[in-house]
Design a protein around this ligand. Structure first.
Ligand code: ATP
Length: 199
């Protein structure tokens, strides 16, 4: 799997549609200070479902929408798409090409799409779980993050290793199953009480 392109439209400093293509191997983005290099990384995290504004250098959700510039009006929405080569089937989908999109309107309406079909944030999270990609994975290491990783607690470092080893998905499923089990046990208790009263 590799990221083929990031397409931004109305996201932060990118007022119009811009598509940045990546090849296999190493790609460097160079440009003057403030030209939008980090905004490309922010866009990548954002489309993967980043919910923390701080992590994408924003104060509130609509900060990611182009706020206007020289002779340019603010935009009403931001849209980012990731184009992923999935010919090795790293993502559990029977498609060679996967497109992930996130859109946000100034009204606050937020949507996710997988190959142009509506999806939930949960679907995006599950799709990337254990692939090393994903908003909380280690695939995007921004300025200052190296230091944060080094000084992380052993529990946090263990989380990073578990994601890399591909066992995070199993742990999440286990936690979900345990929650369901708790609910069922509570229901059984209630039913037992009612039965006891009836007897
Ligand atoms: P550096 O090399 O200094 O790290 P950079 O190339 O990484 O810079 P970014 O941090 O990606 O640059 O971009 C910063 C620019 O994005 C600033 O000029 C800022 O005004 C602009 N910007 C951020 N959010 C918005 C927004 N919502 N609308 C318009 N412009 C924005």
């Amino acid at each position: 799997m590799y990221l083929k392109s990031v397409e931004v439209n109305g996201f932060k400093s990118f007022a119009e549609k811009v598509k940045v293509d990546f090849d296999t191997g190493i790609t460097s983005i160079v440009g003057p200070n403030g030209s939008g290099k980090s905004n490309i990384l922010d866009a990548t995290l954002w489309v993967l479902g980043e919910q923390s504004y701080k992590n994408i250098r924003a104060r509130e959700s609509t900060d990611v929408i182009f706020s206007g510039g020289k002779n340019r009006k603010p935009k009403n929405s931001a849209e980012v798409s990731l184009y992923i080569d999935n010919s090795d089937r790293t993502l559990p989908m029977e498609e060679d090409n996967v497109k992930i999109t996130r859109k946000l309107h100034r009204t606050g309406e937020n949507e996710y799409l997988i190959n142009n079909s509506k999806a939930r944030l949960k679907d995006i999270n599950e799709l990337f779980m254990d692939t090393g990609v994903g908003k909380s994975a280690y695939s995007v290491i921004g300025q200052g993050k190296v230091e944060r990783i080094i000084s992380s607690s052993s529990k946090e470092i263990r989380g990073i290793i578990e994601e890399a080893a591909g066992i995070k998905k199993v742990k999440v499923r286990k936690a979900e199953a345990e929650k369901k089990l708790e609910k069922v046990e509570a229901e059984v208790e209630k039913i037992d009480l009612i039965l006891g009263e009836l007897e």
